[in-house]
Design a binder for this molecule. Structure first.
Ligand code: KG4
Ligand code: ZN
Length: 351
């Protein structure tokens, strides 16, 4: 079975082709095309929804065309069985570009649509053959997934394909959002996660004391907005007597703040996730979402999983951030085919 995946929930426009045989095997990635309007959002310091939707319109057809060509399929009538498209959560204007395109192609090519929850997509990036771990071992259930992106920080228990239970989530800012908002405070462009991670490598993670929000709570919830306030207070207190501009241009100071912030976020993510792994006695741990591309997070999870003897799966970075391959993969394993008439956007969709 071949599936065309389409992802347009935010600022990335993606199309990918996957091929799968049965649900107890990984799927094969035949092509994966992506265009991003990230640079234009870096200029405005964040995403302006209307701009994101306009950019989606610019890229959607060229990206689909490229994905079909790379997979050596006929662009006018490709030999595919279904179109998997993100129907939420996300920005309504951006989502509609992908959904309306999918509907038109579904009508033209006379194939069904599989509406996919973007959050499932981040989890199912782990089932793509491109994840080289697959050559060694398969994911077994039950599993815990940590979905950690710009909009979500969720701990999900997977008992089987499509059998998901959310056991914890963020009460305010998501981890990626915390990286981005704190980055803005210290003068970094959006999205700040990758830049903070790079700067942190040169900084001292013990330079300042930052809180570990929800550390002692007896649940699997997260909260990251207090961390942003702590950094803001640190800057306001300004023990160094620098101007805001001097703070933003002091490389040592910015590197130290970055290292402390990254350490605090990673510490909390690791603690809660490993507590969930122990409580539910799962066999596999899956990471997904843009923040899962963070090197320190990956390193710490690798050590901790070895300690506990649990199988850890982390998609390669290009499959952690938004992409269409993960949407096609989620579509294959949660194969609920619909007619184009039944598919609608749901910007507030959860699990
Ligand atoms: O999954 P994603 O591409 O989009 C959403 O669905 O939100 O995640 C984007 C988020 C941004 O907040 C970005 O700052 C963060 O992932 N991110 C990182 C890294 N790469 C991306 N955060 C920390 N370290 C990274 N290396
Ligand atoms: Zn995402």
């Amino acid at each position: 079975m071949k599936i065309l995946g389409i992802e347009t929930s935010c600022d990335e426009t993606g199309a990918a082709i996957i091929a799968g045989i049965t649900r107890d095997q990984p799927v094969r990635l035949l092509s994966n095309s992506l265009a991003t309007s990230l640079e234009s959002h870096a200029v405005t310091g964040g995403i302006i929804p209307e701009n994101a939707a306009r950019e989606q319109l610019k890229y959607i057809l060229p990206v689909i065309n490229e994905a079909l060509k790379k997979a050596e399929l006929d662009v006018k009538k490709p030999a595919i069985d279904a179109i998997a498209v993100t129907y939420g959560p996300g920005l309504i204007g951006s989502l509609l570009v992908g959904i309306e395109t999918a509907k038109t192609l579904s009508y033209l090519w006379d194939i069904p649509i599989i509406p996919v929850n973007h959050l499932y997509g981040h989890i199912y990036a782990n089932w793509l053959m491109a994840n080289s771990k697959w050559q060694l071992e398969a994911i077994s259930f039950p599993a815990i997934a940590l979905v950690v992106s710009g909009g979500h920080t969720d701990l999900v228990l997977l008992k089987n394909h499509g059998n998901l239970e959310v056991i914890g989530g963020t009460r305010d800012d998501a981890a990626g959002e915390a990286f981005d908002k704190i980055g803005r405070l210290i003068g970094l462009a959006y999205p700040a996660g990758p830049a903070i991670s790079k700067l942190a490598a040169k900084g001292n993670s013990k330079a300042f004391t930052l809180p570990r929000p929800m550390w002692d709570s007896k649940n699997f919830d997260f909260s990251f907005s207090g961390l942003k306030t702590s950094v803001l207070n640190l800057i306001k207190k300004n023990e160094w007597n620098f101007s805001i501009n001097e703070i933003k241009h002091n490389e040592k100071l910015i590197a130290d703040i970055s290292a402390c912030v990254q350490r605090a976020i990673v510490d909390v993510l690791i603690l809660k996730t490993m507590q969930a792994v122990s409580k539910y006695q799962v066999k596999s741990l899956l990471l997904g979402g843009g923040v899962a591309a963070n090197e320190l997070l990956k390193k710490e999870f690798t050590f901790r999983s070895l300690d506990l003897g649990i199988k850890l799966f982390i998609p390669p970075s290009y499959l952690c951030t938004d992409n269409a391959a993960m949407i096609a993969s989620a579509g294959f394993y949660n194969n609920k085919k619909k007619s184009w008439k039944e598919v609608n956007a749901d910007p507030e969709l959860y699990y």
